[in-house]
Design a binder for this molecule. Sequence first.
Ligand SMILES: [Zn+2]
Ligand SMILES: [Zn+2]
Ligand SMILES: [Zn+2]
Length: 306
Amino acid sequence: MKLTIMGSGTSHGVPVIGCDCPVCKSKDPHDKRYRASAFVTDGTHNIVIDTGPEFRMQALRQGIKTLDAVLMTHGHADHLHGLDDVRIFSSTKQNGVWHRQSSFFDSLLNRHGDGLKIFANPHTKKIIFNHFDYIFMHTQKGGGKPRIDLWNVNEFSQNNPLKIGTMSIIPVPMLHGKLPSTGYLFCEEADSKTHSIAYLTDLNYISEESVDIINRSKGQLDHLVIDALRIREHSTHFNFDQALSLSEKLAPRHTWFTHLTHDLSHNDVQKYIDENLNKYPALEQIVKDGGSVSPAYDTLELTTKG
Ligand SMILES: [Zn+2]
Ligand SMILES: [Zn+2]
Ligand SMILES: [Zn+2]
């Protein structure tokens, strides 16, 4: 199983339009941050987490040819507004037959058609219906819109994971300000052992119950990708210290900060982590034993050690 970071930036992206700060002007490719997104594959089945405004460029850079599902974290524009571009992945015939597109009412009734499967929590589903209403209308003829099959991701759980190929995916409820946001734990069996990757972005609160969901299911948590906006606190995002604190509770082998602002360069984020790790002794021990805590960057590939 492999997760590739397609975007590690906050809602503005980095560089920020019109900004002349050293990070936005940096020549280091690690400092070019598209909006937060990831590509996950078991080698055969392909999944994208979130379709932000740069989805098209990210999909081209990643060389994605087929897509089996999209997992949405929440409905903010920086995670959703490239959704229309999934139509290239939803317009192929299946067994030579064009399948009926799911309608708005089908989706409300949880009746599913055969378009590209998109999984989102109920709040995010509502935002998709509102912002992309034309997708669900039967009035427009022609192929100019995606054919999508929208599922409530909360139908899946630790006891009933979403199975795609060899991957078992468990949604993790979180809060992003007042907004429900969904993290994802990807598990795969290898050598009669569970290996996992957790992707938790856009949160400022996670319940003990959700921490338990991850800790009970993770097996060996090879990687944690976690929202870590900046040093200062924020009302709807984890800052660096909150991210480090949660990472200590989840004990991944490797921790990767994502959703980064232009406050600090890649190298300066790493410097902050290195200088503050001693506040989190269990995490520091993991690093001493060969693990790592680092800023993620676009195109970073994380594999499970099966
Ligand atoms: Zn965001
Ligand atoms: Zn800047
Ligand atoms: Zn957000």
